[in-house]
Design a protein around this ligand. Structure first.
Ligand SMILES: [Zn+2]
Length: 222
């Protein structure tokens, strides 16, 4: 028996979606975005501490060759690393700002595809990443796709490499339509280019307790 309060809480994502501006997406007719589970609203970086990779089978070995594929083709407008771009968060070694991924410029509405197979989680973050999707792969790797205009996945949806997961936009802290793309290992960002180009060694053993699974969908449900 569900209480009225729980039912109301379950409807919150629908209200959030309904309250958003209606935007027509050119060139995005490939599939209808999944509406059965809304994005989770989180503060900046909150997800890094709580989101865990799906359980990795014992004896899992990363395959040889690139472990991540390009999520779309476009103009690389900003590389990973130190930047003078004022929008980026500063780090101790980069007082002018550290860019935790690569930026690929494409027109709004361009399809974004999963760079690797895994479980997809949509988030909203008005302060920085905007509408973004995190895909948790086996082996502790995850990929992040920022500034989407619209999601193409629901919470915990299983995706294959190349699946449509959303569309390019300029939501969050962004000056124009582009994809901000990150590759993380154990929750820490690394230069995506090395994962796109080849198969780098994992930088460290995964933290204690890793892998786990997302504690819930933001609404207290498993
Ligand atoms: Zn970026």
């Amino acid at each position: 028996m569900r209480s009225p309060i729980r039912l109301l809480l379950g409807l919150v994502p629908l209200f959030l979606i309904a309250a958003g501006p209606h935007i027509d997406l050119p060139g995005s007719v490939e599939s209808e975005p999944v509406q059965n589970a809304g994005p989770r609203v989180m503060t900046v970086y909150e997800w890094m501490a709580i989101l865990r990779a799906p359980a990795t089978p014992a004896g899992f070995q990363a395959p040889a060759g690139p472990r991540v594929g390009w999520p779309l083709q476009g103009v690389l407008t900003q590389p990973y690393g130190c930047t003078g771009f004022e929008l980026e968060r500063p780090a101790a070694s980069c007082p002018s700002g550290f860019h935790t991924g690569i930026d690929i410029a494409r027109p709004q509405g361009t399809p974004i595809r999963a760079a690797a197979a895994g479980f997809a989680y949509p988030f909203t973050d008005d302060q920085r990443y905007g509408n973004h999707v995190i895909i948790q792969q086996q082996g502790g790797l995850s990929t992040v796709y920022g500034h989407m205009i619209r999601f193409g996945v629901s919470w915990g949806q299983q995706v294959r490499a190349g699946d449509l997961i959303g569309w390019v936009g300029s939501t969050g802290n962004s000056t124009g339509p582009h994809l901000h793309f990150e590759v993380r290992y154990g929750g820490t960002p690394y230069d995506p280019m090395q994962y796109l180009d080849g198969s780098p060694a994992d930088p460290y053993p995964l933290p204690e307790g890793w892998p786990g699974s997302p504690p819930d969908d933001g609404l207290g449900r498993r």
